[in-house]
Write a new protein. Structure first.
Length: 379
């Protein structure tokens, strides 16, 4: 572990590296984009219904806001796509819009074999890689370019939604922090920057909370809390913390304050569309809310254990329990690689006064010698 001066920075470095392991890898991301572009062209070429209309096809959800999490037990991601038609929403019935998307996809030899009909979208299953959920919708009005009406097959009518506006809201919240605590520490201590995509503390916090959710409900996911609820709560409760650890701490503290001190359930509305209640299922089936409270309480307890000076072994045990052995191992390996690269390039030193690892070359710093193949110090 890199021994930063600040405990929260030290934790943030580990948490940042663990979250990076959950990323959508570049190869799969490019594959998803290729399929997305192919589907876009197929719909655009439709002479029977779609071609005469103005519309957009765009990604939303975790891929757009950069909070993807690799599923446990299977190597498969999901890509959410909105088919946003720019026409008067009450000209067609919701059944009509859904049917036309289904018809067009079924006319393709490959897509028709991958189709799975969902309540509000049509899923294309690319087994072993990812699945793509295509949400058809019609723009609700002329003054809000993001708000759409989408068909709900169970209810039998249009429901209001705003997937693109939601993405803008979340990214605006995340970007309230210009430079994170970890970035500041790396610069101050002259350590090399992490060699992966830079993300804000809120984005990393959401990735980690979702991974903990997946582990917690792994044996029985009947009442598993949805990603949209966790992401929205995180965004609503975020106060601009510069630290990943403190971001999660604030979120779980505020959830606990509500669940402990209020008899009524937490209600999570779409922050850009108050007509959309993400937790309406909690009203119909209270066991979902109870499961949410129980898992949040466990996260609260474990997270506060990390604050205590228990040592590296106890800290590692807590982090592995929350996020899994693999993520913790990957983070430690990543840290070791950075240190070894700097050591071999004669860029790594130890401050003789504090014992903190930093960049070699300053007056109070001693060079950390490189290792040979056999483990002996190089001359």
């Amino acid at each position: 572990m890199i021994p930063f001066q600040n405990k929260y920075v030290q934790l943030d470095d580990l948490l940042d590296r663990m979250a990076e392991s959950l990323q959508l890898d570049k190869t799969r991301y490019e594959l998803m984009i290729q399929h997305y572009e192919a589907i876009k062209k197929w719909i655009e070429a439709d002479e029977q219904f779609f071609k005469p209309f103005k519309y957009e096809l765009y990604p939303h959800g975790s891929v757009r806001i950069r909070t993807t999490v690799k599923p446990i037990g299977k190597d498969e991601f999901d890509l959410d796509i909105a088919l946003h038609l720019k026409l008067q929403w009450d000209i067609h019935t919701p059944e009509k819009i859904y049917f036309e998307l289904r018809r067009r996809l079924s006319e393709h030899a490959i897509y028709k074999e991958k189709m799975e009909l969902k309540n509000r979208c049509i899923r294309l299953n690319y087994s072993g890689d990812f699945h793509m959920d295509i949400l058809p919708g019609v723009q609700e009005n002329d003054w809000d370019e993001d708000k759409i009406r989408v068909p709900d097959r169970l209810l039998g009518y249009w429901v209001s939604s705003n997937p693109r506006g939601y993405s803008k809201w979340f990214l605006n919240k995340a970007n309230t922090v210009k430079i994170s605590l970890l970035e500041k520490a790396l610069r101050a201590e002259n350590l090399p920057s992490n060699d992966f995509e830079n993300k804000k503390p809120l984005q990393r916090a959401v990735q980690l909370i979702k991974r903990y959710r997946d582990i917690y409900f792994h044996d029985d996911d009947t009442f598993k809390t949805s990603s949209i609820i966790l992401t929205t709560i995180a965004g609503l409760y975020y106060n601009g913390e510069e630290s990943i650890y403190l971001t999660v701490e604030n979120i779980v503290n505020r959830i606990r304050q509500h669940t402990i001190h209020n008899s009524w359930r937490l209600k999570v509305l779409n922050p850009v569309n108050s007509e959309e209640d993400f937790t309406d299922k909690w009203e119909r089936e209270p066991r979902y809310y109870q499961a949410f409270k129980t898992f949040c309480e466990h996260l609260y307890e474990q997270w506060h254990e990390l604050k205590k000076e228990n040592g590296i072994i106890s800290e590692g045990r807590i982090l592995k329990g929350l996020f899994g052995d693999e993520l913790y191992f990957n983070a430690q390996t990543s840290q070791a690689d950075i240190i070894e690269k700097s050591r071999n390039a004669n860029q790594l030193g130890i401050n003789r006064n504090s014992g903190i690892i930093g960049t070699a070359g300053t007056v109070s710093t001693s060079l950390v010698k490189t290792n040979t193949f056999f483990g002996n110090d190089a001359d």
